[in-house]
Design a protein around this ligand. Structure first.
Ligand SMILES: Cc1cc2nc3c(=O)[nH]c(=O)nc-3n(C[C@H](O)[C@H](O)[C@H](O)COP(=O)(O)OP(=O)(O)OC[C@H]3O[C@@H](n4cnc5c(N)ncnc54)[C@H](O)[C@@H]3O)c2cc1C
Length: 352
């Protein structure tokens, strides 16, 4: 266990906000967490509220945190092979990409498209992370949790986690109550690349030749490498530039709102509006397009900015941005998109 008071969180969030937490409690096993929290003499001394973080890659700390930050150091990867299936139990504190690298190294399919997504395995199950046509929920069999309200262990099947697009019950009715301690996923040794999203197939053909694809000779490691290359070209590397990835959610709008956007685009010669069908007759418009057409791509103000290759990403441009600078830029982007297109953008990044 690691218990610290008045601790700097600058190295524990990828936005690199230099904020402090009144207390940080890192634990090494589910049993340790359970016994610490059930020891009333110990737990009643912890400043409140409690907030659990992983790698801090989907968070914006808006100031010093007055309570206790919990963090898992449960780190194991335990595979069990069963024919072609490989059931893997992953400790919640394992860096997600370390698991993806491990799977690719062993020739197991299922996690390669999710390579290089920052953060830890516990949060991957909370966030239902996704990329290149795959979501964590596609491979999650069950999630082991500690219910800190009743201090009991609970195992939720994947089908009970309420997975949807970047959604889960851990972000909704179970938030603040269930702490993920391990994630069970199913991988396979059977040849099963998933190449139908974006430019993955073309990039693989360019790198390894199309015969490798046609003759079904690809390996998970090759797909992983190409996914990593594509991601590095599009997104800022957390070790170089502070960010929390996509800052805003893609809006789903009514057909009449979409028509208004199309009218503005026509009047201002903005080109065709990219759009995709959503549920219930709604239409998805990429937030990145709306932000770019408001002129924010590559914009920098003070220490905060908008990433030059992906306008959905707000960055800590100099490494010295304060939460207020990020919040001010967020608010300006939201206002300008609302004024021009009549659409209210909502943040994807959780504000703490
Ligand atoms: C450059 C960049 C690229 C990104 N690309 C993608 C992408 O392609 N796809 C994608 O889906 N996301 C992406 N993200 C977002 C981010 O990586 C994911 O949301 C990731 O799952 C967050 O993991 P984390 O460990 O950093 O969690 P944190 O940001 O620390 O926490 C996220 C949430 O999970 C909760 N939480 C964390 N650990 C636990 C636990 N053990 N038990 C219960 N709750 C917990 C926290 O309370 C918080 O609500 C990107 C981020 C960055 C910076």
């Amino acid at each position: 266990m690691n218990l610290k008071y008045n601790t700097d969180l600058g190295g524990m969030n990828t936005f690199r906000m230099k904020v402090k937490a009144a207390c940080l409690l890192e634990y090494d096993s589910a049993e340790e967490l359970s016994s610490l929290l059930s020891d009333t003499r110990f737990s009643s001394e912890l400043p409140l509220p409690l907030f659990h973080i992983g790698g801090g890659s989907n968070l914006l700390f808006t100031g010093d945190f007055p309570g206790t930050i919990l963090h898992s150091r449960i780190r194991f990867i335990e595979p069990v092979e069963d024919g072609d299936d490989v059931h893997v139990r992953i400790g919640s504190g394992v860096v997600w990409d370390d698991f993806c690298a491990w799977a690719a190294r062993n020739g197991y399919w299922g996690a390669e498209n999710l390579s290089l997504i920052p953060g830890e395995a516990g949060a991957a199950a909370v966030q239902n992370i996704g990329a290149y046509g795959k979501e964590a929920g596609d491979i999650i069999e069950s999630v082991e949790c500690l219910d800190i309200q009743d201090n009991r262990t609970v195992v939720l099947k994947g089908s009970e986690c309420g997975y949807g697009y970047r959604e889960s019950r851990f972000k909704n009715d179970l938030k603040g109550r269930y702490i993920v301690t391990a994630v069970n996923v199913r991988l396979t040794k059977k040849y099963s690349p998933d190449l139908d999203y974006g430019h993955v197939r073309e990039a693989l053909a360019e790198r390894y030749g199309s015969a490798v694809i046609d003759e079904r000779r690809l390996t998970p490691a090759q797909v992983r490498e190409v996914i990593i290359d594509i991601r590095r070209n599009k997104l800022p590397a957390p070790e170089e530039t502070g960010s929390a990835g996509s800052f805003f959610r893609n809006p789903f709008v009514l057909p009449e709102q979409y028509a208004k956007v199309a009218k503005v685009a026509e009047k201002e010669n903005l080109g065709p509006v990219p759009h995709f069908p959503g549920d219930d007759g709604l239409i998805k418009i990429p937030a990145a397009w709306l932000i770019e057409k408001c002129g924010w791509k590559g914009y920098v103000e003070g220490n905060a900015g908008v990433y030059r290759n992906q306008p959905l990403v707000i960055i800590n441009a100099t490494g010295k941005a304060t939460p207020d600078e990020i919040l001010a830029l967020e608010s300006k982007i939201v206002s300008s998109v609302r004024e021009k297109f009549g659409i209210l953008l909502r943040p994807e990044v959780e504000h703490i």
